[in-house]
Design a protein around this ligand. Structure first.
Ligand code: FAD
Length: 400
């Protein structure tokens, strides 16, 4: 009898956890499991604000997939997904491969949402990937390196603009405030010449976060030299910087884009019904009207019944979905009931650079050192899930 083909697209949080759980739970002869990913490594998207600012080596955030998954049980195909042909039940890749599937898991993550603002792709650093943040980091450092050697810069300010005061924007600016004094020292740039702006269209920073914690974060960052412009949409990004809705122009050597995400373009290209590239999935995580396609992580949309609004896309949810998805695939193959997915939000912690962070865990608010400790534990816990003690020792973070 022919074994079913299970194809997982994307080796991020959702895809890796699905693959790990299938590897554990499915008997070797039950299915052919293939994982398709752009790179031969997995990376920690939730850590990328650090290498982007240069406070952590990009290398620390990634690990070879072959060190985590058993290649006897999961076949890795290193390729870029172009499109899913739903009728033909095939995945088409950039190199021209066609991978037939019986069950498909789409976990391709997201890309930056521009909200139609012109110039973002051309002039802003908007890629939250290992390849993307390497370039952001080098670009930032280069601005300092050329400052004293470029006559047109003399007497001028070195301006950095972060678009978006959400989770990613705040975590990134926190790291940048830690990195700037080091760069000033290394490249003899007067500290007062460096300006950092965070520009947010919504009426507050960190929307949805506890107001007391938001105030703590903003005060701390302002004390480190950040200037916030809240309730102020950006209307254009260009070669010289940004133009705000009120007409103000801010010259900037670097614009970092962090205004939120939309689902991977493969979703829309493949013709799934989507909102901002995200598919509102059924309770068992399958796409509506699809018996054979599961959609996870930033490509999926699930509604929080308490607030009647979508849950913000997080690694936390993507990983939990991976567990349910693996169980449901097993049930489809071996027989049994499919489970409904219920997210269990354990907490949210945002780092602010150095030993500072804010967060809510359970119903407890955390600041400063205790939040920082929790953040590092969350980062390490994930390494533990992937690769146990060995991986924590190799890639883990000290909580102190
Ligand atoms: P990802 O983990 O992004 O993985 C997608 C994978 O698909 C990647 O490996 C990518 O290379 C691959 N891929 C993409 N396109 C293709 C293609 N066409 N073909 C083949 N492979 C492809 N969430 C939290 O819960 N807590 C946090 O503290 C937190 N902090 C964050 C900080 C930053 C700076 C950022 C950017 C995000 C943060 N998030 C956080 C959000 C979290 O990272 C995402 O929600 C999560 O990564 C989504 O997981 P995923 O499995 O959907 O996709």
């Amino acid at each position: 009898e022919r074994k079913p083909n299970v194809v997982i697209l994307g080796a991020g949080y959702g895809g890796m956890v699905t693959a790990l759980n299938l590897q554990k739970e499915l008997g070797a002869n039950m299915a052919n499991v293939t994982l398709v990913n752009k790179h031969d490594y997995h990376y920690q998207t939730t850590w990328l604000h650090e290498p982007a600012a240069g406070t952590l080596e990009p290398e620390k955030t990634r690990m070879k997939i072959s060190e985590i998954l058993d290649s006897n049980k999961i076949t890795l195909v290193q390729d870029t997904v172009e499109q899913v042909h739903r009728e033909a039940k095939k995945v088409e890749t950039t190199s021209g491969q066609e991978l037939p599937y019986d069950y498909l898991v789409v976990a391709l993550g997201s890309e930056s949402e521009t909200f139609g603002v012109p110039g973002v792709y051309e002039h802003a650093y908007h890629k939250w990937t290992v390849d993307g943040v390497r370039e952001t980091k080098e670009h930032i450092e280069y601005q300092f390196a050329k400052y004293n050697n470029d006559e047109t810069m003399q007497g001028k300010d070195l301006n950095f603009v972060v678009a978006g005061a959400g989770f990613t924007g705040i975590e990134f600016i926190g790291e940048l405030t830690e990195r700037v004094p080091e760069l000033c020292e290394t490249y003899d740039v007067p500290r007062e010449r460096v300006k950092m702006f965070v520009i947010e269209a919504a009426p507050s920073a960190l929307p949805g976060f506890d107001p007391e914690l938001v105030e703590y974060a903003m005060n701390l960052l302002e004390n480190r030299g950040v200037e916030f412009k809240i309730n102020m949409p950006i209307s254009e990004v260009n070669e010289s910087g940004v133009i705000l809705k009120d007409g103000t122009e801010i010259d900037a050597c670097t614009v970092v884009w962090a205004t939120g995400v939309r689902g991977n373009p493969v979703i829309e290209k493949s013709g799934f019904d989507a909102m901002r590239g995200r598919v509102k999935v059924e309770e068992d995580l399958r796409a509506p009207e699809h018996e054979d396609v599961f959609i996870l992580g930033d490509c999926s949309l699930i509604i929080n019944e308490e607030t009647e609004r979508p849950y913000p896309p997080t690694a936390q949810i993507a990983m939990q979905q991976g567990v349910t998805c693996a169980k449901n695939i097993k049930a489809l193959i071996q027989g049994g009931e499919l489970e409904s997915f219920q997210p269990e939000i354990k907490g949210t912690v945002a780092s602010l650079g150095g030993k500072e962070a804010i967060g809510v865990v359970g119903n407890k608010k955390l600041y400063g050192n205790s939040a920082n400790f929790m953040k590092k534990m969350i980062d390490n816990r994930y390494l533990w899930i992937l690769g146990g003690a060995r991986l924590v020792l190799r890639k883990g973070k000290s909580p102190f």
